[in-house]
Design a protein around this ligand. Structure first.
Ligand code: HEM
Length: 134
């Protein structure tokens, strides 16, 4: 990922975070996207889950910059989602990425093609990390 893309992703994420409904909107879309996904979250406490996901996105910014503890944390996250643990099948990650991107369209008033591309690269990085450890 180029420095320019990383900067676009970081700045877009920080604009999205200023909207108090950013993560709510994401989970609304994500849970509606597939019954398999909805089923995974039946016992979840969403008030804490939403904070955890936001933290993971912030961690991604650092991981993309190569900060070792951030990479390590994402790796642990990937293991938590693998077949022995939460068992999140690789194809489900498309829903994750698309739900997030649709939410950014609505939440970032500076959204454009370059911002979209930056989010695609950043989310591909995360998804790839999860999928190879499945
Ligand atoms: C298809 C995609 C995904 C599904 C279906 C999914 C599902 C889940 C489920 C069921 C949990 C457990 C919730 C609970 O405690 O009840 C969870 C936890 C979590 N997920 Fe995901 N997840 C997905 C993708 C991701 C991605 C891409 C990230 C970001 C890197 C992420 C970050 C987290 C975090 C931070 C937690 C909390 C971990 C913990 O408490 O140990 N998830 N996820």
């Amino acid at each position: 990922m180029t420095k320019t893309s990383m900067k676009l992703f970081r700045e877009s994420l920080s604009r999205c975070k200023k909207r108090s409904d950013f993560i709510d909107q994401f989970y609304d879309r994500f849970l509606a996207a597939s019954n398999d996904i909805k089923a995974k979250f039946v016992k979840t406490n969403f008030s804490t889950q939403k904070i955890k996901l936001l933290k993971s996105l912030e961690m991604t910014v650092l991981a993309l910059e190569g900060v070792p503890h951030a990479l390590h944390e994402l790796e642990e996250r990937a293991i938590r989602h693998n077949r022995e643990n939460l068992d999140i099948r690789p194809e489900l990650y498309d829903f994750w990425r698309e739900s997030l991107l649709q939410t950014v369209v609505v939440c970032d008033e500076q959204y454009d093609k370059e911002v979209e591309q930056a989010w695609r690269e950043a989310t591909n990085f995360i998804v790839n990390m999860m999928v190879v450890r499945y």
